[in-house]
Ligand binder design. Structure first.
Ligand code: 26Q
Length: 815
């Protein structure tokens, strides 16, 4: 990794007016309002445009520098970017937040309301999408010549509305009022083909004759890194009807058919698929994947030719990162472009693809590894299917040359020769990539032992690890301004771009005066959260209670069920001894369930049922409160995380690839109760096991129990506490006497319990009671919380991106 020196902002002098004048100018000339008529939303647009102007300067300079220096380009292909709101992020990174605040105060406009008038861009499901957003911030901060490619969904993740405790999905509509950040690029358009057949022309060349064509239209968002030194681009593709097809219908006079085609075409970028680990085999989803992957590859190749003449050395100048298998079609698509458009042989094209593409795996769940029916490929991607067969053929030769047996090779091929009906995208991405990475040390090791066992033996150097990280700009500086000020007062502000400096706080962990200041910040954040909860749910909570928070997608493996069962057990224990010395707790849950995931929705219903009983029981009072906060999103996380005392990271060991919420909580001074899963393992090592509450089975023990199909009933018979909970779920205690409601949960717990709630339950309960005791010791808790903040610096996504740049992309940095 060599460093490239970087000179800044030749354009910077173009804007001579003050920031405040820019805001006013935009209010008047872009929004078309005067001060006396402006509503909050108008101010939000005006200030966004004023910041955007200032980003454009750095943006143009960055682009020019990269061209000039021929810096290696990195393209991050992701179906999801969970960016949330951009205004505060941009103000912060450009150092304009104070000026903006002062401007609005002087105008008598509530700055907080202006920041919050922006729609939350929720173009993702969960961790994978948020990681992509953190990576965009970090690539711009450390100076990677990086560009994100994704889809400009018209509707992001659905809005979660609650009806009688059940999740209802409502369409999300972030674009209705426009998007101040984006630049439409009408000149950047690519054709995307589907369907038809493959023929051989008169010269013996293979030609794909597609029958359906779409166009991908580019929209760009500038992404500024810390201090605005480097501004990268997030390019999102929007689908529309191909012009030639449309024109033909119009010329035929068939306006209705033309309009119909238009709508069909636009469907492709209409809505984000809301299944985070399931939902397989839908044609529209495959079209979305092809659509954005093909447009992105065509675009990066076009850009490549502005600097270079031949694609032979593409991999020396370009690295493409595939965020999970969702863009794995890039493997045959790149080969197709090289062969069919640039006349490369298959072998040469495969070689170039394997020098350019890299694949990140985010899951070991077998049902989450994408596979597509071969029939679907035959119908919509006949040329890609041919190429996949060629890849399998070449791979077979390679494997034979290494002396591997036929049946072992079969298990690794993209299409299993004896189970011809599926195209396996994980195998495709693995075979086509130069490097494959997992997202935590444990996960990367488990990849080698499980899903990619044989492929790892065949290519022992391919799998590498890059433990996830989070951007400290959004996840400390913006969401926790009081903590940020306290940190800066004590160690200066270099931690913002060099998070490991937080280590300097460690000696203060036992300093009583510092403990007080640190816990005062926590209390202020808890009050802010309590206000927010009251406003959003009507539940009033005591900020002195322990705030115990689990926020993430609802999934069996994440075990929100175990958490709510523990709440029931605690409720029972308090009822048995209402005068006891109980540590008051507020248990907060938030998260969306995939619309088709019945059991996950039932778990939400159970949480709200328990909430209704517990919160309305006068004997319980402040000793226990349960809250399900609807419609969890990035903006909600920014308020919840700084207000947490305890972070729940309790997935069945071996199932959470990494987790990133865990990191955000610990950085903000919450202690973690967690299993040895995902990045929890490394977090515990960094902050010290004595400052981390680990419980439960380890991954190998889980695998062993699952393998021998151990029965939960053998354990339940010795667990009276658990038996009581089961009886209450059966007798209608939490369901208004409805004895049927939790049938599927009960059936699961008693007979299958694949995610091992039963065998981990007692250890979880015991650890929770231990935590009650520690929390009562205010000074000890403060010390542990401070040490969590101090020792989490390694989990910055800046570190992760430097790791990718060095170990995977071989990319140089601007600074
Ligand atoms: C696949 C096919 C069809 C429809 C949807 C999908 C789909 C969509 C989203 C599959 C998976 C996802 C998202 C997965 C995800 O968020 N994984 C999380 O990634 C984080 C970042 O690495 C990790 O920290 C989490 O552990 C992991 O669960």
């Amino acid at each position: 990794m060599k460093a490239v020196s970087h000179t800044l902002a030749d354009t910077q002098d173009l804007i001579t007016e003050s920031f405040g004048d820019s805001i006013l100018r935009h209010l008047i000339y872009s929004v078309g309002k005067d001060i006396s008529h402006a509503v909050t939303r108008d101010w939000c647009v005006a200030v966004s445009l004023a910041v955007r102007d200032r980003m454009v300067e750095g943006w143009i300079d960055t682009t020019r520098e990269i061209y000039k220096r021929k810096q290696k380009r990195v393209y991050y292909l992701s179906m999801e970017f969970m960016i949330g709101r951009l205004l505060e992020d941009s103000l912060t990174n450009l150092g304009l937040a104070d000026e903006a605040r002062a401007f609005f105060e002087a105008k008598g406009v509530n700055f907080h309301d202006v920041l919050h008038a922006e729609q939350d861009a929720a173009l993702g499901n969960g961790g994978l999408g948020r990681l992509a957003a953190c990576f965009m911030d970090s690539m711009a901060t450390v100076g990677v010549a990086g560009m994100g490619y994704g889809i400009r969904y018209q509707h992001g993740i659905f809005r979660q509305n609650m009806e009688d405790g059940w999740q209802m999905e409502e369409p999300e509509d972030w674009l209705v009022e426009g998007n101040a950040w984006e630049f439409r690029r009408p000149e950047v358009v690519y054709d995307i083909d589907f369907g038809g057949s493959v023929v051989t022309d008169e010269n013996g060349k293979t030609v794909w004759k597609p029958t359906e064509q779409l166009q991908a239209l580019a929209f760009d968002l500038p992404i500024a890194g810390w201090e605005g030194k480097h501004v990268n681009t997030l390019r999102l593709w929007s689908a529309r009807q191909s012009e030639s097809m449309n024109l033909k219908k119009f010329n035929d006079g068939d306006f209705i058919a033309a309009a119909r085609q238009q709508i069909l075409a636009e469907t492709v970028s209409k809505v984000l698929y809301p299944g985070d680990h399931t939902e397989q085999g839908r044609e529209l989803r495959l079209k979305q994947e092809v659509f954005f992957t093909s447009a992105s590859l065509q675009d990066l190749i076009r850009r490549f030719f502005t600097n270079y003449e031949s694609l032979d050395n593409l991999g020396d100048h370009v690295a493409v990162q595939l965020n999970d298998t969702h863009p794995a079609i890039a493997v045959p698509e790149l080969i197709r472009i090289l062969m069919d458009k640039y006349d490369y042989s298959f072998d040469a094209a495969l070689k170039i693809a394997r020098e350019t593409l890299h694949y990140t795996n985010h899951t070991l769940l077998p049902e989450a590894l994408e596979k597509w029916p071969k029939g679907l490929f035959e119908r919509i991607l006949p040329r890609h299917l041919q190429i996949i067969n060629m890849i399998d053929g070449a791979f077979y030769q390679e494997a034979m040359a290494k002396g591997l047996e036929h049946h072992i090779i079969a298990g690794m091929q993209v299409i299993h020769p004896h189970q011809q009906d599926w195209v396996r995208m994980g195998n495709l991405a693995f075979i086509g990539a130069r490097k494959v990475n997992g997202v935590s040390a444990l996960h990367s090791e488990l990849m080698k032992e499980t899903v990619f066992h044989d492929l790892n033996i065949m290519y022992p150097d391919k799998i590498v690890n890059q433990t996830n990280g989070v951007t400290p700009r959004r996840w400390v500086l913006e969401c926790n301004p009081h903590l940020s000020d306290l940190i800066t007062e004590n160690i200066g502000n270099e931690w913002i771009a060099d998070l490991e400096q937080l280590e300097k706080l460690a000696p203060l962990a036992t300093d009583k005066a510092f403990q007080k200041k640190y816990m005062d910040v926590k209390l202020a954040n808890k009050k802010r959260l309590a206000d927010y909860l009251l406003e959003r749910t009507g539940v009033s909570v005591n900020p002195a209670a322990m705030f115990d928070i689990q926020i993430k997608r609802i999934h069996e493996y994440k075990r929100q069920l175990m958490n709510i069962l523990e709440a029931i057990a605690l409720y029972n224990a308090i009822k048995d001894n209402p005068k006891g010395d109980w540590q008051p707790r507020v248990k907060i849950f938030a998260g969306k369930a995939a619309p088709s995931y019945f059991l996950a929705k039932l778990i939400i219903k159970l949480i709200t049922d328990v909430q209704n009983v517990v919160n309305n029981d006068p004997e319980i009072g402040d000793k226990l409160k349960v809250i399900f906060l609807p419609n969890y999103n990035v903006s909600a996380a920014e308020i919840l995380i700084p207000g947490a005392d305890l972070s729940e990271q309790i997935s069945t060991a071996g199932f959470e690839a990494s987790g990133t919420g865990n990191m955000k909580f610990a950085l903000n001074g919450a202690l973690t109760i967690g299993t040895l899963d995902g990045a929890n393992v490394e977090m515990a090592e960094h902050v010290g096991h004595e400052n981390f509450f680990i419980f439960g089975m380890e991954a190998h023990e889980v695998a062993e129990r699952q393998h021998r199909r151990a029965r939960p009933s053998e354990i339940i018979k010795d667990l009276p506490r658990f038996q009581q909970i089961l009886a209450q779920l059966e007798d209608g205690t939490f369901s208004d006497g409805d004895t049927d409601r939790y049938k599927d949960i009960l059936d699961n717990l008693k007979h299958h319990d694949y995610f091992q709630v039963v065998p981990d339950f007692e250890a979880y309960w015991d650890m929770q009671r231990h935590i009650d005791g520690v929390f009562a010791d205010k000074s000890k808790w403060a010390e542990m919380a401070i040490l969590n903040t101090a020792k989490m610096g390694w989990f910055s996504s800046d570190r992760t991106i430097r790791g990718y740049a060095k170990d995977i992309w071989d990319a140089d940095l601007a600074f």
